[in-house]
Design a protein around this ligand. Structure first.
Ligand code: S3P
Length: 502
């Protein structure tokens, strides 16, 4: 597919997720009938890659009791730790669990929005215009987004109906337009995907969500990036509609498709000097012993170390890779090699390899922080919180910016602060070690005590969620991207040596 042919429609920003851009977002429903069930589902969902949580309020038995609803919302938002919340009241007319008058429908939503705890509501498009307009108005007042939805649980309507419904939703003021339809044959599934592709290319179209339900329609839940459905609904435990599959499974499939479809490879080729980099996810695992408590270099012997400033052979050995010719000016500073990437991508191990192979000094930002504070990182988080940790990290990054010719191994979050990136780029070339959530999880799963951010929700799903959240910042900061899945740390180090002409 040629990306340039695809017109860019509108994007719907909710908290820090951008619906309508990049990977389709994963939305996981909460379907508990009481407070305990709802909160325990929320806890499980936090270990999943869900970008968005849908609270199906119609499943909640006390849904019409406004006080109970507000109190539940407070507890729920607490559990979700800032992940965006979509509230849905699905009435029995559209296969939901509650019969409500239009007035009650508006009242419940309005009360919920007034708490400031929900980010988006789902309004059934077939409701009267007055109902929709009342909700649009109070949503705007409360800074809440509105998704219009249409469901048909018995058939897939004709193409014109689907198109007009989606466009009608946009014209009626929706931030997102959603249709979910039941296929009666495979061609119905194809028609839904075809309409999705046509409608998303219409100028000024809002993000759309299209679902062909049941097991027959499963393909429509995983191909959103190709055809233009911006959100996919997936289950963690209980599903809320026919055909929903497990969130982790769908995440794996979509990431795999995404990597192959466009972004990673395009960025990699553009940024790196590789011609033929291989992404090999299923083969050999990284032999990175990144989990060990001992982060020290395993070769501390200084005696045989070749100092970088000894001009012992060709000028090419110097790290000044800005110079296209490969030559190096006599008095220019030698660049630092800055390794970034998510926790467990092998930054420390690759840094040790570079030390062993090329005698380069290594600066571990995490070690510098621990030394400066006189305590382990987990303790710093526990006593002072993440913000304080980030401030110390920035100070140490600033100190590093004065170094030359060293390997800098960053913490997984260092490049998230633009100021840190400026410091690192001052005299460094930033290399992103990229890895899949599965290989990261395999490497870090026993290191919860050492990694405060993963301690509470150590799971493949949480890692994937956090990686996706950080992905743009990692790529933006990187001068070079190295996909490490299927490569040993030795091979990664060799690539760096080759690219940087070390
Ligand atoms: C962090 C990663 C850790 C450490 C701290 C925060 C992050 O470094 O700096 O726990 O925000 O990703 P590693 O990537 O070396 O584990």
């Amino acid at each position: 597919m040629n990306d340039s042919k695809i017109k860019k429609g509108k994007i719907c920003q909710i908290k820090d997720i951008q619906i309508g851009e990049g990977l389709p977002k994963i939305c996981v429903p909460i379907t508990g009938a009481n407070v305990n069930q709802i909160l325990s589902q929320a806890l499980k969902i936090m270990r999943s890659p869900a970008d968005l949580i849908e609270w199906r309020a119609d499943y909640f038995r006390k849904c019409t009791n406004i006080n109970a609803l507000k109190s539940l919302l407070g507890k729920l938002a607490d559990r979700l730790e800032g992940r965006p919340l979509l509230m849905t009241l699905r009435t029995s007319e559209e296969n939901g669990y509650i019969s409500l008058s239009d007035d009650d429908y508006v009242e419940i939503y309005t009360a919920a929005m007034s708490t400031g705890l929900i980010d988006m509501i789902d309004v059934q498009y077939m409701k009267r215009k007055e109902v929709r307009d009342a909700l649009l108005k109070s949503a705007a007042e409360n800074d809440v987004k509105v998704l219009f939805s249409y469901h048909d649980f018995s058939k897939t309507p004709d193409d014109d109906f689907m198109t007009e419904t989606l466009l009608g939703m946009r014209d009626a003021g929706a931030d997102i337009a959603k249709i979910a339809l039941m296929p009666q044959n495979p061609n119905d599934v194809l028609r839904v995907m075809n309409i999705t592709d046509k409608v998303r290319n219409i100028a000024d179209m809002v993000p759309i969500i299209t679902i062909s339900m049941s097991s027959m329609g499963i393909i429509s839940r995983i191909c959103g990036e190709t055809f233009g459905s911006a959100v996919t609904f997936a289950a963690v435990g209980d599903s809320s509609a026919p055909g929903q599959i497990d969130a982790d499974e769908i995440d794996k499939i979509m990431i795999q498709m995404h990597r192959n479809l466009n972004a990673s490879q395009a960025v990699m080729c553009e940024k790196s000097e590789f011609d033929e980099t291989v992404i090999d996810t299923d083969a050999r695992k990284l032999d990175i012993d990144d989990d060990s408590e001992n982060r020290k270099l395993d070769n501390d012997d200084d005696s045989g170390r070749r100092k970088l400033d000894i001009d012992d052979d060709s000028e090419k050995r110097k790290l000044n890779i800005d110079d296209d010719s490969g030559n190096c000016k006599q008095n220019s500073k030698r660049k630092n090699i800055v390794l970034t990437g998510f926790m467990g991508t092998g930054k420390s191990t690759v840094a040790r390899k570079l030390h062993k192979k090329k005698n380069l000094d290594v600066k571990e930002i995490d070690d510098m922080i621990e030394e400066f504070e006189g305590m382990k990182i987990s303790k710093i988080f526990e006593l002072h919180g993440e913000e304080y940790f980030r401030q110390v990290e920035t100070r140490q990054t600033e100190i590093i910016s004065e170094s030359e010719g060293v390997v800098v191994s960053c913490g997984g979050g260092t490049v998230l602060r633009p100021q840190n990136v400026k410091y690192l780029k001052k005299n460094g070339i930033i290399i992103l070690l990229d890895a899949s959530p599965d290989s990261v999880y395999a490497r870090v799963k026993n290191s919860g005590d050492r990694r405060p951010l993963l301690k509470k929700h150590m799971s493949r799903g949480f890692i994937s969620w956090l990686m996706k959240k950080r992905d743009a910042a990692y790529r933006e900061a990187a001068d070079i991207v190295i996909p490490t899945d299927g490569l040993s740390s030795e091979q990664v180090a060799e690539r760096i040596i080759e690219i940087c002409k070390l």
